[in-house]
Design a protein around this ligand. Structure first.
Ligand SMILES: [Zn+2]
Length: 314
């Protein structure tokens, strides 16, 4: 699960010094209706991404991966299995023979002045890469033998609340062939200044990331969102990208085929046998820092076990 926000229509969130915003949509599910959750990837600690209901009702032992600022806050709130990533750093998650490599992507929520004032919390985007390893091999084996350039079945980018800025250009350079991009749009306006991508920045980002499929999200939930979806749709049509963008309403499901993208191992010349790929290119500068083992059976006891001993530092 990413950025859990289960507040209801009419509820208010606090975003910055005295700045409140009202939710104008209902969540597709209530928190009680969630299926078992293995893991949460959180872009940043803002109430429209991690709210007080979640804080109160979410199982504190569910692992959460985010940036250092958010992880510190989460730890204070009593969350037991929190993992911080620096920019470009990765964490490998293993469950059965499924592997998920989470890499922190750059993101900038506030333009320079607001950023310097520390009005908004730091944000991270994320790249989620899904692969499999042989049944029966240990977590450590999995860490040692994954080559995500060759074996990644699905590469998904989640922007988080970011503006379009120069560092994002590094993302498609390191991660070509992105299958799906979830872009947080909405043109959130704080003190009259945009702090998330509006339609113009959204289309720029869509063209930059060049995902097989782009799905805009986070554009109509709160009163501070000033750039409606129809503006982005117009930009998409103008850019001739209608075939590449999928629009989902709350509660919609999008089905897609995994593993269809042709990811070239040739880019690096040689196959790498480590995830960090330090020897063959610059894709991941920070190496894989931690491995989170999610138990296959998810009864209560095992989840607790996971939270008490989930981390292997590689
Ligand atoms: Zn937001």
């Amino acid at each position: 699960m990413t950025d859990p926000n289960f507040l209801h229509k009419g509820d208010h969130v606090h975003l910055a010094y005295g700045l409140m915003s009202r939710r104008v949509t209902q969540p597709a599910l209530s928190i009680e209706q969630l299926p078992d959750i293995d893991l949460i990837v959180l872009s940043h600690m803002h109430e429209d991404h991690f709210d007080r209901l979640v804080e109160k009702k979410l199982d504190k032992s569910i692992p959460i991966v985010s940036n250092q600022y958010a992880v510190n806050k989460l730890a204070k709130k009593g969350f037991l299995a929190v993992f911080a990533l620096q920019n470009w750093e990765s964490t490998l998650v293993v469950k059965g023979n499924a592997k998920l490599l989470i890499t922190s992507m750059p993101g900038r929520h506030a333009p320079s002045l607001l950023g310097k004032l520390g009005v908004l919390p730091p944000v991270m985007g994320s790249m989620l890469e899904f692969a499999r390893h042989n049944e029966g091999s240990s977590v450590q084996d999995a860490t040692d033998t994954v080559d995500f350039d060759r074996n990644c079945k699905l590469r998904m980018y989640i922007s988080g609340d970011t503006l379009m800025y120069s560092e994002l250009k590094e993302i498609p350079r390191r991660f070509p062939n992105i299958d799906i991009a979830l872009l947080h749009l909405g043109g959130t306006s704080v003190l009259g200044i945009y702090v998330t991508m509006d339609s113009a920045q959204g289309i720029e980002c869509t063209k930059l990331i060049k995902a097989e499929v782009t799905i805009p999200i986070h554009y109509n939930d709160y009163t501070v969102f000033k750039s409606p979806l129809k503006d982005y749709q117009k930009e998409v049509d103008k850019a001739g990208l209608r075939e590449k963008v999928v629009y989902l309403a709350h509660g919609d499901t999008y089905h897609f085929r995994v593993g269809s993208a042709q990811r070239s191992a040739a880019r690096s010349g040689e196959a790498s046998d480590t995830v960090s790929a330090e020897g063959n290119g610059s894709r991941i500068q920070g190496s894989v820092r931690t491995t989170v083992a999610v138990p296959v059976e998810k009864d209560e006891a095992e989840l607790r076990l996971a939270s008490s001993d989930p981390v292997q530092v590689s």
